[in-house]
Design a protein around this ligand. Structure first.
Ligand code: ADP
Ligand code: MG
Length: 689
């Protein structure tokens, strides 16, 4: 049962199933001190009498409990336990009661208190009581938090009894080297494990938590940095010596604008990587619209100049198609062959020439989705892979991609989702980072406004004015994952409403259920300016680029996360005109949602928004981090709150790897052994394809 429900299979797992909170049981309260807003309280006294009240499902057992100074009611609602309770806790017996006070019918009571015979109470020894999460199924089988408490208490008791001199023998010696625990004054392993369940004081709990958090983050960083160092030592990279005709012709004759200073800087950084003889592994961060695609294109041209091929990988078909169109467009007058390969490109006649061209080297740039990873895709000489907008590959997975090539290609990961530093150090901790922190000139910051669903006419008037002056408008409806039918209905109704409001306009409609070709037709009608309004689901989230669109209306904005709203907003503000983002919500909003909306209205800074997003949701919810391949599960460390610890862990991982680069010193042997055991448990290679 423990294994099925909580994946606890061994004593060690149980030992690492930490309580989610502790409650101070070192003090007793008097009934007359209690108020309804107290969390948990402990009382000593006796039950005066029992009564059963109410009928049917409202039936309850009430006990009048006194501590000699006051009286309070205890209440139980499970009729089948009434008899048992009355027998076990007979009136007049001295009891310790523990629970959370409530107000019911104007009187204070405690529902379902924990009761113990008073002689069991040893105030000094009770200390902080652990509380464990258990599932409903476990609770039905009687395994509640108290039962878990008994299990861990027994286990820890046995371990401590078994070890004569010190607990190290049975839990296993501390795998952190003494030099490290001393330098950082970390609590020893055995003590920390005991204290996480049964701390003797709040301070001991705090120190135990600190040690465990640090340890978790340290092993993650060791894992990442070990991979990185191995790669640096053993993996060769293509050298791009030449800046040749492809790059120069494009740069001087075809590029329609000046590169921004930031674009120039990141290209220089990457050029430097490509001269070292090592493989480049770089993350390019830049807000939506900052011109990352162009950077990728220039690098691809460099690869071509040096006799190689490039591959651009996008997470969705739409985005791959968009990149394909952009590349074809920009490189139209140049002798560069660009092809598109997605799973939608079907049939021998269409695929064969692409695959053959890629194998022969005839295809210079292959753009596609995950389809480019299939075994049938072979390159004559692949020297650059760009992974756009991706979150799917973890550190370890990425390290294994294209490893079968003689010399693996340089890898550039591009993301518009600004990633807070601590999360980046974990998800992309093996990558060097380049940042585009500047938008192309002439862009005006997008103005963001919040409207209620029962919106005023002024919204429509503003939109009418924008359209009259030649601009276009996006309207986005959320995808509600529970029901695809409702999505469509939502979208259809919205579409009709917009048609009613603007009967004289042409309005496009795009959603995920449409055939790819129809979607493309509608999208390009909008992109060409044939339609003025595009009503869509979030399919337009990434990639789409229509500089003439200046208004983004997001319906049911409360259903979107911060990062996603920011991404959507980035679809406008791509030309020189003032752009607007309109967040439409229902009137009643939770506090969190109101704050989310407020942040978007206040700032356009993607990094600020990402930090806020991390605070609101925790890293687990950020798209893709679950499958991130951090390789070692986080039990108690929290990337959002423990930012400084991440840095400390990374620094110390480096110190360790410097001290024992060949992993052969006896002092570090337990550490490496523990690392490989952790890795075995958690790496999920199934994410690769
Ligand atoms: P990202 O991929 O970073 O979201 P894109 O590469 O799609 O951004 O660029 C957004 C738009 O800005 C495109 O239309 C692109 O042609 C244009 N652009 C890119 N770099 C510049 C620049 N230096 N000056 C002017 N416009 C640029
Ligand atoms: Mg892009």
């Amino acid at each position: 049962m423990l294994n099925e429900e909580l994946h606890i299979a061994t004593f060690n797992d149980l030992l690492h199933y930490f309580p989610y909170k502790h409650i101070d049981r070192t003090r007793l309260y008097y009934i007359h001190e209690l108020t309804a807003d107290m969390p948990f309280v402990q009382l000593r006294g006796e039950i005066l009498s029992y009564e059963e009240e109410g009928e049917g499902r409202k039936r309850r057992l009430v006990a009048h409990f006194t501590d000699g100074r006051g009286v309070i009611d205890f209440v139980w609602f499970q009729a089948n336990s009434f008899k048992w309770i009355r027998q076990k806790y007979t009136a007049g017996k001295a009891l310790i009661a523990f629970g959370r006070p409530n107000i019911f019918n104007g009187r204070l009571n405690i529902a379902h208190p924990d009761l113990d015979p008073a002689e069991n109470l040893q105030l000094g020894k009770m200390g902080l009581q652990p509380y464990y999460h258990t599932t409903d199924r476990m609770k039905r089988a009687g395994i509640n938090s108290r039962a878990m408490e008994k299990f861990t208490k027994t286990l820890i008791g046995k371990i401590e009894a078994a070890s004569t001199s010190d607990t190290a023998d049975s839990i296993g010696a501390d795998y952190l080297p003494a030099s490290l625990t001393q330098r950082l004054a970390l609590m020893p392993l055995a003590q920390s494990l005991r204290a996480l369940h049964y701390p003797t004081s709040a301070d001991e709990l705090r120190r135990a938590t600190y040690r465990q958090k640090f340890e978790e983050l340290l092993f993650i960083q060791l894992n990442i940095l070990r991979i990185t160092r191995q790669r640096q030592q053993h993996v060769r990279g293509h050298i791009f010596r030449r800046v040749g005709p492809a790059f120069n012709d494009f740069y001087y004759n075809h590029l329609p604008f000046q590169l921004t200073t930031a674009q120039k800087r990141v290209i220089r950084e990457m050029r430097a990587d490509m001269l070292t003889g090592q493989q480049m592994n770089r993350l390019l961060q830049g807000d939506v619209g900052s011109g990352k695609t162009l950077v990728a294109m220039l690098l691809a041209l460099l690869a071509i100049d040096n006799g190689h091929q490039a591959c651009i990988m996008a997470p969705t078909e739409i985005l791959a198609e968009q990149h394909y169109a952009t590349f074809r467009n920009m490189l139209a007058d140049m002798p560069v062959r660009v092809e598109l390969l997605t799973s939608a490109v079907k049939g021998k006649r269409r695929r064969t020439p692409i695959l053959e061209g890629t194998r022969s080297g005839d295809v210079n740039i292959l753009i596609g989705t995950h389809a480019v990873l299939e075994d049938t895709v072979e390159f004559a000489s692949l020297a650059l892979v760009v992974i756009d907008e991706q979150h799917r590959f973890g550190v370890a997975q990425r390290a294994r991609l294209w490893q079968k090539n003689d010399i693996p290609p340089h890898v550039l990961v591009m993301t518009a989702t600004p990633i807070p530093r601590t999360l980046a150090m974990t998800l992309y901790g093996d990558l060097d980072v380049s940042i585009i922190d500047e938008l192309p000139p002439g862009r005006k910051p997008i103005e963001t406004r919040h409207y209620w669903q029962e919106r005023s006419e002024s919204l429509y008037q503003n939109i009418r004015r924008e359209i009259d002056s030649g601009r276009q408008v996006y309207v986005v409806y959320p995808l509600i994952s529970e029901s695809e039918k409702m999505n469509l209905q939502n979208l259809e109704e919205g579409y009709e409403e917009w048609c009613r409001r603007f009967p004289d306009l042409k309005i496009s409609k795009v959603h995920g259920r449409m055939k790819s070709a129809d979607k493309d037709t509608e999208m390009s009608r909008f992109a060409n300016g044939e339609t003025q309004i595009l009503v869509a689901t979030t399919v337009i989230e990434v990639g789409v680029n229509v500089p003439n669109a200046t208004v983004m209306v997001i319906e049911n904005a409360e259903r979107f996360g911060l990062a996603q709203l920011h991404q959507l907003r980035g679809r406008v503000g791509r030309g020189g005109e003032q752009s607007y983002c309109i967040l439409v919500t229902k009137y009643e909003l939770s506090k969190d949602t109101r704050q989310r909306i407020q942040i978007l209205c206040d700032t356009n800074d993607g990094f600020e928004i990402a930090e806020a997003d991390l605070r609101f949701r925790g890293p687990g919810d950020i798209e893709g981090t679950q499958q991130s391949g951090t390789a070692i599960d986080l039990h108690i460390a929290n990337l959002a709150r423990d930012g400084q610890l991440v840095q400390l862990a990374r620094d110390n991982a480096n110190i360790i790897l410097d001290a024992d680069p060949t992993q052969s010193l006896p002092e570090y042997a337990p550490l490496w052994k523990h690392l490989s055991e952790l890795g075995k448990e958690a790496i999920d290679w199934s994410n690769i394809s």
